[in-house]
Write a protein that binds this ligand. Structure first.
Ligand SMILES: [Zn+2]
Length: 316
């Protein structure tokens, strides 16, 4: 079992900042890891927890001691990971956290990671403000979020923001394999199983081959109409399409999120460069929607860009 940080693809600047904090032994009580979804922010949070909880070295983590292994397996008693339950982090969950934090038998340092922290509901967020501002000795919080501005401002103002950048196509290709083998923990979409989401996923999976078919423009306008009105659904659609493109780079089909022959066939016709650029395109459009871009215009510009990428592909 190696040190987790060494398995993180890219994010060199983030690693430097975290290493500098550790070297100076000046850890802020609370970090916000913000940036696009699916780039490995949660992995970095876990890797950072390993740094904090490993007692074998002051620089990074040894990767082999009991602390390191327990962090990697998420079984360390001084590591608390809080994830959304049915699309929100609820007051019950933060109450339970407060109870755990108040127990006396804790020793040494503790790391609390909130994954998808933008899904903290307002009551839950308010209930932890005080402890985030003045945490018990040795306790550190990391809020991992793909939507910084969706977090309440009082939590933002109490935390040090670490901004993650999108991965380059090459890094993405590498991390696609890492992400797949990490049981999909790093992409929120893979956790969404509620009924509505299953349906939205089916729609997204059925629309991609239509989009990629040559006559897509006339044929698919109708199909896209209902989605174009709904910012959230459109963002979700882009997320699913990114997953499908990511899947197409995985050699081991068991690791793929979507196992649909039609989709695989329509995507695998594209040259890999076009697929990588399409991935970037969908990711950028997802981000644009988070920044309040108009869904209808975003969809239209996406359809045009996809067409251009396909032409680029067919010229080679
Ligand atoms: Zn260690």
């Amino acid at each position: 079992m190696a040190e987790l940080m060494q398995q993180v693809i890219g994010h060199e600047r983030v690693k430097q900042v975290l290493a500098e904090c550790q070297r100076r032994d000046s850890l802020p009580p609370s970090f916000i890891f913000a940036g696009p979804s699916g780039v490995g922010k949660f992995m970095v949070a876990l890797a950072w927890a390993q740094w904090v909880l490993c007692k074998q070295t002051a620089n990074g983590a040894c990767g082999v001691c009991a602390d390191c292994i327990q962090v990697a397996n998420r079984t360390h008693s001084n590591l608390i990971v809080i994830e959304p339950e049915k699309n929100s982090i609820k007051l019950d969950q933060t109450r339970e956290l407060m109870r755990q934090l108040s127990l006396q038998q804790w020793q040494g340092r503790r790391v609390v990671i909130f994954n998808e922290a933008q899904l903290l509901n307002p009551h839950a967020a308010n209930s932890i403000l005080k402890v985030v501002e003045e945490p018990p000795e040795g306790t550190h919080f990391v809020f991992v979020t793909s939507s910084y501005f969706a977090m309440i401002s009082t939590l933002r103002s109490r935390s040090q923001r670490i901004q993650f950048q999108p991965l380059s196509p090459d890094q993405l290709r590498q991390s696609g394999w890492v992400l797949g083998s990490a049981q999909g923990r790093m992409d929120q979409l893979e956790k969404l199983t509620a009924e509505g989401m299953v349906q939205a996923r089916e729609v997204a999976v059925s629309l991609l081959p239509k989009l990629l078919a040559n006559e897509y423009w006339q044929a698919s306008q109708e199909d896209f109409k209902p989605i174009a009105k709904d910012r959230e659904q459109l963002g979700f659609l882009f997320g699913i399409w990114r997953q499908i493109l990511r899947d197409s780079f995985m050699q081991d089909s068991q690791l793929r999120t979507h196992q649909d022959f039609n989709v695989e066939a329509s995507v695998s016709n594209l040259p890999s460069q076009a697929r990588l650029e399409m991935y970037d395109l969908f990711q950028n459009q997802e981000q644009a929607l988070l920044r309040n871009a108009d869904p209808q215009l975003t969809l239209e510009s996406t359809l045009i860009s996809v067409k251009q990428l396909q032409n680029m592909g067919s010229q080679h």
